[in-house]
Ligand binder design. Structure first.
Ligand SMILES: N[C@@H](CCC(=O)N[C@@H](CS)C(=O)NCC(=O)O)C(=O)O
Length: 222
């Protein structure tokens, strides 16, 4: 059955599903949908009006976390959820921490004003407040993630899981905005992000998005 992901490529939730598919070797098509100007009838397939939505044949499934969990069952090869119950719970908690905690702060306060607003309005915006937010309000999230990662290469169970993909995805949006956790203060998280964003799964997304959204990435300092 053919799979289609409905959603715009710069959404961290859409990217999470795309990277998940790439890591598992699942083929899909991307059907661009802007949730803020969605076609009529979009709420029939996405009752909350959000992206992504997965189309599997003639059925539709919303929500990146639900979609990834479904795809894991559908394609159990190359598992991306830990088998151990505690590790599974920890991986899905980290996914929720980022989806429900980091993205709602970083999206509207950093990524939107620095990247999307200028594109939509066609003019430069004052970056003082979004950069203050990034400097002062984001580090508690980095601190928690740095602690959870510890000295490991991956967040859970010593191998790639949904936790790593979920954590790394919104940091692509921050990167587009010219923001990254300070390397001296968060060395392990920063090394993790370098490694994740260099994987072919993330790299393909970043290279696709960068020409439109990534102009500020060069501003990132260590
Ligand atoms: N929990 C959802 C969140 C999806 C979400 O918030 N997507 C944003 C785009 S990044 C959206 O569609 N926003 C439109 C809206 O809130 O109306 C998921 O994991 O898929």
């Amino acid at each position: 059955m053919s799979l289609t992901i409905l959603g715009g490529n710069v959404s961290p939730f859409v990217r999470k599903v795309r990277v998940f598919c790439a890591e598992k070797g699942i083929a899909y098509e991307l059907e661009p949908i802007n949730p803020f100007g969605a076609p009529e009838g979009f709420r029939d397939v996405s009752p909350l009006g959000k992206i992504p939505v997965l189309r599997d044949g003639d059925r539709h499934l919303p929500d990146s976390s639900i979609i990834c969990a479904y795809l894991e069952k559908l394609h159990p090869k190359t598992p991306l959820y830990p088998a151990d119950p505690w590790e599974h719970a920890r991986a899905t908690w980290l996914e929720e921490y980022v989806d429900g905690g980091v993205v709602p702060k970083a999206g509207p306060n950093v990524f939107f004003p620095l990247v999307l607003a200028p594109l939509m309005q066609g003019k430069e915006v004052d970056d003082a407040e979004p950069m203050r937010f990034a400097r002062e309000e984001m580090p508690p999230f980095y601190e928690y993630l740095e602690g959870e990662l510890g000295d490991e290469e991956f967040f859970v169970g010593g191998k790639l899981s949904i936790a790593d993909i979920a954590v790394a995805s919104p940091f692509v949006n921050l990167r587009h905005a010219g923001v990254a956790p300070e390397r001296a203060r968060f060395p392990r998280l920063r090394a993790f992000l370098d490694h994740m964003h260099g994987r072919p799964s993330f790299k393909a997304c970043i290279e696709e998005e960068a020409p439109v959204y990534g102009k500020r990435a060069a501003l990132i300092q260590d």
